[in-house]
Design a protein around this ligand. Structure first.
Ligand code: SF4
Ligand code: SF4
Length: 98
């Protein structure tokens, strides 16, 4: 792991969730094109997403109550191909894409 990624992860360790800009894009079904671009299927939101506010209606219990909801970890921030490119975790950690 590069020094810059590690330094950034340590910097954000206490405020990990605040990195999320609450765009809600990871709460829709997504697919990945052959060139790596992420397609967000805005007609297929998670049933727990409030489409007006882009906020989760069960935020505190989301991992327990929703079986397709996953926490964004450093690993997913770095490598999950379905996270949109403008996701703030992607922007913060995929430094080689900039
Ligand atoms: S795509 Fe990224 S920034 Fe947007 S809501 Fe999901 S985790 Fe947060
Ligand atoms: S349960 Fe997870 S995927 Fe569904 S709206 Fe909430 S945060 Fe998004």
């Amino acid at each position: 792991m590069s020094f810059h990624i590690l330094k950034s992860r340590l910097y954000w360790r206490k405020n990990w969730d605040s990195l999320c800009n609450r765009c809600g894009k990871c709460c829709y079904a997504r697919s990945v094109k052959s060139d790596g671009d992420v397609i967000i299927h805005y007609n297929k939101p998670c049933e727990n997403l409030d489409p007006q506010t882009h906020l989760c209606k069960i935020y505190k219990d989301r991992f327990r109550k929703c079986n397709h909801c996953g926490k964004v970890t450093l690993f997913t921030a770095l490598f999950n191909p379905t996270l949109p490119k403008d996701c703030n975790y992607v922007q913060t950690f995929r430094l080689w894409k900039k």
